[in-house]
Design a protein around this ligand. Structure first.
Ligand SMILES: [Zn+2]
Length: 120
């Protein structure tokens, strides 16, 4: 076993895998939406300076949506810390991404992608 792997019970692993699957699914939707928006922006608004001025707000919106969906995956699947049992997220914070460590006991709480995929 990799020393960096977390020792998680099957139920926690399944919940983390489900959260990861939700994130993967959301990533596809977000990526397609992003490129459709960018494409429409350049098609509908011909003046280049105006189009370029709209890019930063679009990028900011996608940045915030990206953070929101990470918190949402933790909340929807009610992920709990394997060490202290506390919920990993109860509220969405739009200014920063959730950490892989528990905010209560500061222990690593989320399995790495490789661990989740290896035991699938
Ligand atoms: Zn904890």
């Amino acid at each position: 076993m990799n020393p960096q792997e977390l020792d998680l019970d099957p139920e926690t692993l399944a919940a983390q895998r489900a959260a990861r699957a939700l994130l993967k699914h959301d990533t596809k939707i977000l990526t397609v939406t992003f490129f459709v928006f960018i494409f429409l922006l350049f098609i509908l608004y011909k003046p280049l300076p105006f189009t370029l001025a709209l890019l930063p707000p679009f990028l900011f919106i996608f940045y915030v949506v990206n953070i929101w969906r990470q918190w949402n995956a933790l909340i929807v699947h009610k992920l709990r810390c394997p060490h202290c049992g506390e919920r990993l997220a109860e509220h969405v914070h739009l200014l920063y991404s959730p950490s892989s460590k528990c905010r209560h006991c500061k222990q690593p709480a989320l399995a790495s992608t490789s661990q989740l995929e290896k035991t699938e």
